[in-house]
Design a protein around this ligand. Structure first.
Ligand code: ATP
Ligand code: AH0
Length: 391
């Protein structure tokens, strides 16, 4: 066992609903001690600015470009992360010196794996200065440099969690961890602990876009809207016959790869019901590319809070003798798992351990990644200035 480091993970996911924060003590390998976690929601105005950011990002050809509103947005997003860290430390009676490192995901504004282009805005140096904690950020880039899809990166953490399940929590193998965020992704963990992972399809984004446009609400809380509707088979088929599900290679997804339905496609309720089904059916369809049919599905991410998605998943997986569990059934936290993963990956990055593998992102060989931003850059710079100024 290596030395345990105390890390904070920060995730602003494709749903763009807020910042998830989690504390972890870990050696970056098999020791994972989960600490407190919290979520800090974005207000509607900031969410609108993020959406504009996605539009502005469409013209990016080189990943360092920040056209339109993006430069200011990157600064403000980083400052919001710094504020979230400040609140989190305060709420948990912690000080910056208690934390060894922050794993900072930033916000994905563009993801084109076919062009080896992925852009997460988030200024690591600014965050390190503001929080006075070292930061590891930009963790997807090196994977792409080595031929990977740049995502998903959470599988290394899923594997560590699977290894850490106690006997009491023993689950039937093979198991699959499914993250239903804006986009969904899955990590297969075989009986021999072999992992295979990839993005599995649209998650909540289509539902969110649909109910926002037609009911003025950011998401279908508790699946209430969907529960009033019925599935429109032609609409579901249109999504599920997308080339993404049948291509030979497993691709990672951009938020815009699947477009929401049009007004003519369905009523508000039927649209929400159909899209909830599509979310569940997409996971099963993608699971068809796994080495074996999973015996256990462990569901994480906001989608597990939509009972209609969970009902459909339970039925579809059950037909193939799979059992569906929410992460909480294994005493895991389905809301903070991604933030925990970013804390875990930051420690792996510091130790030079791989973040991704050929079986998780399609990268050529296991590779590490992430950029390091030191909290003490300012102190060093000040020191240098003082030395220069000395007579
Ligand atoms: N109570 C709830 N009922 C129904 N849906 C919910 C509920 N709470 C959250 N969600 C859904 O979960 C989404 C947020 O999920 P999550 O935070 O896992 O996504 P993310 O981390 O932004 O995405 P990704 O994993 O793709 O990066 C919300 O946008 C909403 O659609
Ligand atoms: C490019 C990008 O930000 N991808 C996200 C997104 O959200 C879910 C899915 O698509 C996954 O591939 C990834 O996030 C998770 C946390 C990951 O990298 O593991």
């Amino acid at each position: 066992m290596g030395k345990l480091l105390t890390a904070i993970g920060l995730m602003s996911g494709t749903s763009m609903d807020g910042i998830d924060v989690a504390l972890l003590q870990t050696d970056g390998e098999n020791v994972v001690q989960r600490g407190p976690s919290a979520g800090y929601a974005y207000d509607a105005r900031f969410r609108a600015r993020l959406k504009q950011g996605l539009e502005d990002a469409k013209s990016i050809a080189v990943r360092t470009e920040r056209p339109g509103t993006l430069a200011q947005l990157e600064r403000d997003l980083t400052l919001r992360h710094a504020e979230a860290v400040g609140s989190f430390l305060h709420e948990n009676n912690l000080l910056p010196e208690n934390i060894d490192v922050i794993g900072f995901h930033g916000q994905t504004v563009l993801h084109r794996p076919d062009e080896a282009l992925t852009v997460q805005i988030g200024d690591g140096d600014l965050l390190a200065r503001e929080t006075q904690i070292d930061v590891v950020y930009d963790m997807r880039a090196n994977d792409m440099v080595h031929g990977g899809q740049g995502a998903p990166l959470i599988p290394a953490y899923h594997a560590a969690l699977a290894n850490g399940l106690s006997q009491k929590q023993e689950i039937d193998a093979p198991a699959v961890f499914v993250n239903i965020g804006g986009i969904s992704n899955l990590t297969f963990v075989g009986a021999d602990r072999r992992i295979v992972a990839y993005d599995s399809g649209p998650g909540n984004t289509l539902i969110d876009q649909w109910v926002e446009a037609h009911a003025g609400v950011p998401y279908d809380q508790g699946g209430m809207i969907a529960s009033e509707g019925t599935i429109v088979p032609e609409l579901a088929d249109r999504y599920l016959s997308h080339a993404f599900f049948t291509g030979e290679k497993r691709r990672s997804l951009d938020r815009n790869d699947f477009a929401p339905p049009t007004d003519a496609d369905a009523s508000l309720e039927d649209g929400a019901r159909t899209l909830a089904y599509v979310t569940a059916a997409a996971i099963l369809k993608s699971a068809g590319h796994l080495p074996e049919a999973p015996a256990t599905y462990v569901i994480c991410g906001g989608g597990r809070l939509n009972p209609i998605i969970m009902k459909d998943l339970t039925k579809l997986a059950g037909a193939a003798r799979g059992r569906v569990l929410a992460a909480e059934a294994l005493e895991l936290n389905g809301d903070s798992m991604e933030a925990e993963a970013w804390a875990y990956l930051a420690v792996r990055s510091l130790r030079g351990l791989p973040l991704s593998y050929p079986e998780t992102t399609g990268v050529d060989r296991p590779v590490s990644g992430g950029r390091f931003a030191s909290k003490s850059v300012d102190a060093e710079a000040e020191q240098a200035t003082r030395q220069v100024e000395r007579p």
